[in-house]
Design a protein around this ligand. Sequence first.
Ligand SMILES: Nc1ncnc2c1ncn2[C@@H]1O[C@H](COP(=O)(O)OP(=O)(O)OP(=O)(O)O)[C@@H](O)[C@H]1O
Length: 339
Amino acid sequence: MAPVLEIEGLQKTYRSRRRGTRRALDGFDMVVEAGQVHGFLGPNGSGKTTTLRTLLGLIRPNGGRMAILGQEVPAALPTVAGQVGAIVESPQFFPHFTAQDTLSLLAGAGGVPQRRVAEVLELVGLRERARERVKAYSLGMKQRLAVASALLKDPKLLILDEPANGLDPGGIREMRSLMRDLASSGMTVVLSSHILGEVQLICDSVTIISLGRRVAAGPVAEVLAQHSGNGLRVRLEAVTDLPTAADLLTRSGAQVTPVEDHLLVYGVDKPATVTRTLAGADLYVSELAPVTVDLESVFLELTATAPVPGQHRQVDQSAVVGGQSGASSSDSTPGGWGV
Ligand SMILES: Nc1ncnc2c1ncn2[C@@H]1O[C@H](COP(=O)(O)OP(=O)(O)OP(=O)(O)O)[C@@H](O)[C@H]1O
């Protein structure tokens, strides 16, 4: 079966008189298989929104190819649009409309049966507040309404840019179970997020983008395993023996980093090498465990965005190409992608 989403070698360069030429996507690749919840991760300015907007036909790319549900886009967008629900950037709603009216209007415009309105209000937890005006909604309630609008047409592919934005912890948990339920019902969900602990809990697979290029992709467990580095955490019965142990292991060829009450040991062929080396010097191991990494540390390593003490990281990830281009920035189409 063809992947639900396929992007190959996507290029996007923004040109503007004032800001010059900036490369936002530099040969970006992404594949999402059916029925997955897929996390799309990257630092600020790395090209996530540009990718999603390009995919939805809101921006013209400079190169590469994209396919949704096996059909090349943007050419096939009129055919596949009915099967894609998306929220990219905060959608704007009429403040004086209620959620019920907003969704009824969108359903009417999109040829969706009105009974679906009640279904999606229930799904996102807004049923009891559906008859209040949107202007009285909190940020999290507006976010739920946005998700409801993207779900109206019961899409095969749901694309959400920062769906947990503004949600309280309970809301984040509800959004997590909603995403999982949608995926179990056969929907494919692509979500961009900066809440990496959440992504690790929700997502089956991830793509990490940095500087407009893919730097990691695959099932979450595989991405974590590839970056665990086969390290070992070593504790000894006596903390005072740690310097001696570090010295011994280093001399046997391992890379050793002392961390408070234990050692991180890399570059040994098997755990038994550590125990044998240390036992030979009457040093006894009280704990020997593989170093586990989380998505956040993999992300920080791959995107080189870990905080450095005393430095203020500058946010922009995209590369400036040459100087002022003189070309106009007319390649962006305004508008959203509701029903
Ligand atoms: N319309 C535009 N004109 C010029 N440059 C743009 C435009 N839109 C985005 N960019 C630039 O392209 C780069 C990628 O931006 P993009 O919005 O895709 O990043 P992002 O990964 O979604 O970031 P964030 O996590 O902050 O939402 C940034 O340097 C941004 O300033």
